[in-house]
Ligand binder design. Structure first.
Ligand SMILES: [Zn+2]
Ligand SMILES: [Zn+2]
Length: 472
C-alpha cells in the first residue's frame, strides 16, 4: 500500500533528511543568499533521479525538482532562508551560536527539508506503483524578506500546478483556515540640496525634512484607512552630519491590508503623501517597490483532505532529553503568558506540556485575516494551496524568537519535520490516486474566492533585492 511505503521510505531516510535540516540550521543564510542550502537540496534531489532546475532564471537560489509526467501536477513548497540577528544554540537560555548572525528562528530549515522529504517519499512510491501525474518540489528563497515565490510566480512556475502542499513548523498540529495580509514593502528616496546648515541654510533643501513630513502625513492618514490595515516605517538614511543640510534621505515602508485591492488603494494614497512631502520641501522623490505579497486564500476543500491525514499521523516519541529541552524552553516565559496560552487553547497545563495538541479544523469567516504576511499568498491565488502546521516546538514558543531557533535546531524539531513530510505525501498520494475529485472541487472553491479578480504578478521590471531584509 502506498501510504505504508511512504512511511517506510521516510523511516529509512530519516537520518539523512534530519542531518540535512540540522546542517542547514547550523549554516543559516539570508534571503536570496541561500546558495549553500539550495545547492545541498539540489544535489540531494538530483541523486534521487528528479529533474532538477537550479538555479531558476528568476532568482539565483530558487530551485524546482520534478518527477513524473502529465496531470495532475502537485506542488510541495519549501523555504530556505533564515532571519538576521537570530543566531541561537540548542539550549534553554539565550546564547547565540555567533553574535549578531542569522538564525533559523522561523524553522525554514525544517520547512524546506520536510517538503523535500514528502516529495522524495512520494516519488519513490509513484515509481514503484506506476502512478500517473507530476509532482514538484519548489525550493523558494527569501520568504522572510523579498518574496522569492512572487518572482517564481511571475515566471509562470506555478501556472500548470493543480494544487499545492505547504506547511510551517509550529507549536501545535493544525490546518490554517485564515487569510494572511496582503503586503507591500517600499522604499522612498528624496533628493534635496546640500548646504552649510549654519552659514547658508536658506540655500539648502532638506531631504530629511521630506522624510519627516512624509511620516507626519502617513501618521495622519492612519485615522482614515480601514482599521485592519497596518503601516510601519524605518528611516533608512537620515543624512550624514548635523551641520550639512541632508541632500539625500530615504524611508522604508511596509503596508498591510486584508485584501490586495485594499492594499493597492492605501499604497496609492501613501505615494501621494510622499509626493506632497517633496513639493513642500522643494525636493524630488522616487520610490521602489521591494516586494508585494497577495493575501493568502485558504482552501477548505483541500484542507479537509489534509486534515484527515494529519489526524491519522502518529505523534512522535520524544526522548527524555528532548522533552526536557521543550519543557525548559516553555518555562522561559512568565507565568501570566503561560496562563494566557492555556486559556487560548482551552487546554490544561498537562495537555500543553505533552506536545500533542491538534487544533480542530475550524471553519468560520473565511475573510478573517491574521496579522502576518507571506509570499505563499501569491501561490494560493494561482492554485489551491493548503497551510498545514506541524508541532516542531513547544506551544509556548512563537516564531522569530531565540526559543524558536533553539527548538528548530533540535532533534525534537526534526521529528515534527518528517511527520509533516508524511502528511503531505499521504495527501498528495490520495490526490493522485483515489481522490482526484478533490482537485476539481478545490479549484472551483478558489475560483469563487477570487470573485472574478485575476492574479497580478509583481511588476516585470522588479528585481530581487539583496539589501537589508524586513521580516514578514
Ligand atoms: Zn517567519
Ligand atoms: Zn516562516
Amino acid at each position: 500500500m502506498g501510504k505504508a511505503r511512504i512511511d517506510e521510505y521516510i523511516e529509512k531516510h530519516r537520518t539523512d533528511i534530519e542531518n540535512m535540516a540540522l546542517d542547514i540550521w547550523t549554516h543559516p543564510e539570508g534571503g536570496f543568499q541561500e546558495h549553500r542550502t539550495a545547492d545541498m537540496q539540489a544535489e540531494y534531489l538530483k541523486k534521487l533521479g528528479a529533474r532538477v532546475s537550479f538555479p531558476v532564471k528568476c532568482a539565483p537560489t530558487a530551485l524546482v525538482a520534478e518527477y513524473g509526467s502529465g496531470k495532475p501536477v502537485i506542488g510541495f513548497l519549501g523555504e530556505l532562508d533564515a532571519l538576521p540577528g537570530q543566531s541561537q544554540k540548542v539550549c534553554s537560555h539565550k546564547e547565540p551560536l555567533e553574535e549578531g548572525a542569522y538564525g533559523h528562528a522561523c524553522g525554514h530549515n525544517l520547512l524546506g527539508c520536510g517538503s523535500l522529504a514528502g516529495f522524495a517519499a512520494l516519488m519513490e512510491v509513484m515509481r514503484e506503483e506506476n502512478i500517473c501525474g507530476t509532482i514538484r518540489y519548489y525550493g523558494c528563497p527569501a520568504e522572510e524578506s523579498f518574496g522569492g515565490k512572487t518572482f517564481m510566480a511571475r515566471e509562470g512556475l506555478f501556472d500548470d500546478v493543480d494544487c499545492c502542499m505547504n506547511w510551517h513548523p509550529s507549536g501545535d498540529d493544525a490546518v490554517a483556515l485564515t487569510q494572511s495580509s496582503a503586503f507591500e514593502l517600499m522604499e522612498f528616496y528624496f533628493t534635496g540640496t546640500e548646504a552649510h546648515a549654519a552659514a547658508n541654510p536658506h540655500l539648502g533643501r532638506s531631504a530629511l525634512d521630506a522624510v519627516e513630513l512624509m511620516n507626519v502625513g502617513a501618521n495622519y492618514m492612519r485615522e482614515h484607512m480601514i482599521s485592519s490595515a497596518r503601516m510601519h516605517y524605518i528611516i533608512t538614511d537620515g543624512g550624514v552630519a548635523v551641520n550639512i543640510v541632508p541632500g539625500k534621505a530615504s524611508v522604508r515602508y511596509a503596508v498591510r491590508a486584508p485584501q490586495i485591492v485594499q492594499l493597492q488603494e492605501i499604497v496609492k494614497r501613501l505615494i501621494d503623501v510622499a509626493r506632497g512631502a517633496s513639493l513642500m520641501t522643494g525636493t524630488t522623490m522616487r520610490y521602489e517597490v521591494k516586494s508585494r505579497y497577495h493575501n493568502r486564500l485558504p482552501n477548505y476543500t483541500l484542507s479537509d483532505l489534509v486534515y484527515e491525514n494529519l489526524a491519522e499521523c502518529p505523534w512522535p516519541e520524544y526522548t527524555k532529553e528532548e522533552l526536557r529541552l521543550f519543557n525548559e524552553l516553555s518555562e522561559t516565559y512568565p507565568e501570566d503568558q503561560i496562563q494566557r496560552r492555556y486559556a487560548f487553547h482551552g487546554a490544561s497545563r498537562e495537555e500543553l506540556w505533552n506536545y500533542m495538541l491538534r487544533r480542530p479544523l475550524k471553519r468560520g469567516d473565511k475573510t478573517v485575516t491574521v496579522g502576518g504576511s507571506t509570499d505563499v499568498g501569491d501561490v494560493s491565488w494561482i492554485t489551491p494551496t493548503v497551510n498545514l502546521t506541524v508541532t516542531c516546538c513547544p506551544i509556548m514558543v512563537d516564531g522569530h524568537s531565540w526559543q524558536a531557533c533553539a527548538a528548530y535546531g533540535s532533534t525534537a524539531g526534526a521529528k515534527g519535520m518528517t511527520r509533516a513530510g508524511q502528511v503531505m505525501a499521504w495527501s498528495a498520494y490520495d490526490l493522485l490516486t483515489t481522490r482526484q475529485d478533490v482537485i476539481e472541487k478545490a479549484k472551483q472553491e478558489l475560483k469563487a474566492d477570487r470573485g472574478g479578480q485575476v492574479y497580478t504578478p509583481v511588476p516585470a521590471d522588479m528585481k530581487p533585492s539583496f539589501d537589508a531584509p524586513a521580516s514578514q
